[in-house]
Each structure stands twice: as C-alpha cells, then as structure tokens.
Design a protein. Sequence first.
Length: 134
Amino acid sequence: MRALFSIVAASLLAGTAILQSGCTLLVVGAAAGAATGVMYHQGELKAEVEGAPPAVIKATERAFRDLIWTKDSASATLTDGKATARTATGKEVAVQVEMKTESTSEIGIRIGTFGDEGMSRLLHEKIVFFLQHG
C-alpha cells in the first residue's frame, strides 16, 4: 500500500512540475525525490534530504530564484539553517533545516499562515533537484 501511495504521489508531483515549469528534467528529479519520506502535516512539509544544512540552504536559495520568489533571508551553520522568502502573491515562505547525520538533513517547509501543500511539495522537489544537480 505504501509503495502504491509513493507511485501515486510521484505521478501527481510530476504532473504538477510539468504544468509549473515545463522542464522534463525536473520531472525526473521530482519522481526520484518523491519516494524519500516526505510528510505533510498541519501545514508543514517535513522531509529528509541528502546534504548538510549549508548545501540545503544554497539549494533553497536557487529554488527561490527559479520560482521567482523574493528571498528575505538565508543563513546556515554546519548543524542548522533557515531561509525565508515571499511568493509572487506575498505569502511568506519559511524553510528550516536541521542536520540529521553528516550527509543528511531534515527540512521543514511552511508557506503562508496555514500552509500550502502543493506549493510546499513543489519547493521541496526543486530543492532536491538543485541538491542533486549542484
């Protein structure tokens, strides 16, 4: 059942990525990243990604630029980090990063006061893409 959910989620994310960006390469990255423990709960997307907090924040900044969102702030240490931005419609975007192991980090993404699952998942997939493709 979990595998079926992952396949369905990856397909939906791939469709969203195609509609949002038109980039086939991004779809491949989205499908690959979708099966790695992404959870959306109470307005926040939580996921584990490959990379230390500084690399994750750098990828987040690139994702903000790719989405044409206005970056407010970004900072990282070896153990944690935070980046904030605003969408084109003015929603606040907050990305929290915390080191889990030497090579992985947990990220938390919240968009707006109550969250936006679709936009959070899109941002997550772009972060994963930029982590994988430097």
